[in-house]
Design a protein around this ligand. Structure first.
Ligand code: NAI
Length: 360
């Protein structure tokens, strides 16, 4: 069956890793027609728009997209287009599998954790009030009136909305995903001891939903700081994690570090009947255009996409080829060599060539 997929090359290292991922996906023999559109810095240059209408309509029409990373300026400038895309299409569940492949040097064996991050609210909702603005002054007055707390007048705010609705849909998604993949345990990660109303609501919702699955899946709760420590001590003990947005972002990078780094960490954002696949990593501008970045995270995001398209045979072929190249540890990029200056490290394209040569 022919699939039509929206393809967003992205910024920085995006175009390099995306083009190699496309070559690898096509080498499996799967029939995909790519609808190439832009977003982010490239779209800004070309169309003077960060998220052109054509990009939005292409995703809406095709319902599946493969996306490279997009740059977001730090501390100033425009809001994240990644976050905007997740919000526009209600892609409420971000799934980031962190599986240790043979051949990758890591401190632990048998790490196989799936991080499921709520994707639409929390501190990423984009509700912010800058110090010394009229809304901020009103907010200061409101806080003083209702909490009797007097904050410094130059305080800025980021609001953390967490709803029962969004918590329930991502937690239910996590249990269903765990069931589908025959996983044994779902751990809810929170800080409800301090944030009683927001994380408290997330945790209460977890308790309610987990009771519906109690005969099928183990449910566990963990405070986020404790989770961070446990993950670097005993990652083998964890299976599926479900977290509010911010903790999910941080913990998924931590988990990526356990299995070889951002270069090998794929991801997907799921909504109802729609999905965007993208690596965990960003646009790594310092490596842009150098044929240096590891294409694996992007390729494995493609494997996740093939599974979503119910093309498991092609997904298996591609994942197996990636596994072989990682195991041999010969034709891999600098980040997968024991010594990062190893002169035998290959470039982005050459690693993809090696993967393609193993597709059977
Ligand atoms: P980053 O993930 O781009 O890079 C951090 C470091 O990880 C790099 O310096 C590099 O050492 C390593 N790295 C990342 N990808 C790699 C790859 N494929 N191969 C080898 N090494 C790799 O994170 P950073 O520097 O915090 O963000 C850069 C830009 O990317 C920012 O504008 C940020 O907003 C954006 N970003 C976009 C994301 C997305 O589009 N989903 C996700 C994360 C960041």
């Amino acid at each position: 069956m022919k699939h039509r997929v929206t393809l967003i090359p992205g910024d920085g290292i995006g175009p390099e890793v995306v083009s190699q991922a496309v070559r690898c996906i096509e080498a499996t023999g799967v029939d995909i027609e790519w609808d190439v559109v832009t977003a982010g810095e490239e779209a800004l240059k070309k169309y003077n728009e960060l998220l052109p209408k054509e990009t939005i309509s292409s995703i809406r029409e095709n319902k599946v997209a493969l996306k490279g990373p997009l740059t977001t300026p730090i501390g100033e400038g425009f809001y994240s287009i990644n976050v905007t895309l997740r919000q526009i299409f209600n892609l409420y569940a971000c799934v980031r599998p962190t599986k240790l492949y043979p051949g990758i040097k890591a401190f632990f064996k048998d790490v196989d954790i799936i991080v499921i991050r709520e994707n639409t609210e929390d501190l990423y909702a984009g509700i912010e009030f800058k110090a010394d603005t009229i809304p901020q002054k009103e907010l200061l007055r409101f806080i003083s009136k209702y909490t009797q707390k007097e904050l410094p007048s130059d305080t800025s705010f980021s609001i953390k909305p967490i709803s029962g609705f969004a918590s329930e849909r991502v937690i239910r998604f996590a249990f269903e995903y765990a069931l589908k993949l025959k996983r044994k345990k779902v751990t809810c990660v929170h800080k409800a001891n301090i944030m009683k109303f927001t994380d408290g609501l997330f945790l209460d919702t977890f308790r309610k939903i987990s009771s519906e699955y109690k005969d099928k899946i183990i449910a566990e709760e963990m405070i986020v700081d404790n989770m961070a420590m446990h993950l670097v001590q005993r990652p083998q003990d964890y299976d599926v994690l479900v977290l509010p947005n911010l903790y999910g972002d941080i913990i998924s990078d931590l988990c990526a570090g356990l299995v070889g780094g951002l270069g090998v960490a794929p991801g997907a954002n799921f909504g109802d009947g729609m999905a965007i696949f993208e690596p965990v990593h960003g646009s790594a501008p310092k490596y842009a255009g150098k044929n240096k970045a590891n294409p694996t995270a992007m390729i494995l995001s493609g494997v996740m996409m093939l599974r979503y398209l119910k093309e498991d045979i092609y997904a298996d072929k591609l994942e197996e080829a990636v596994r072989t190249v990682l195991k041999e540890n010969r034709f891999v990029t600098y980040d997968l060599k024991l010594n990062r200056d190893d002169p035998t490290a290959v470039g982005t394209k050459e690693m993809a060539d090696a993967i393609i040569s193993h597709i059977k």
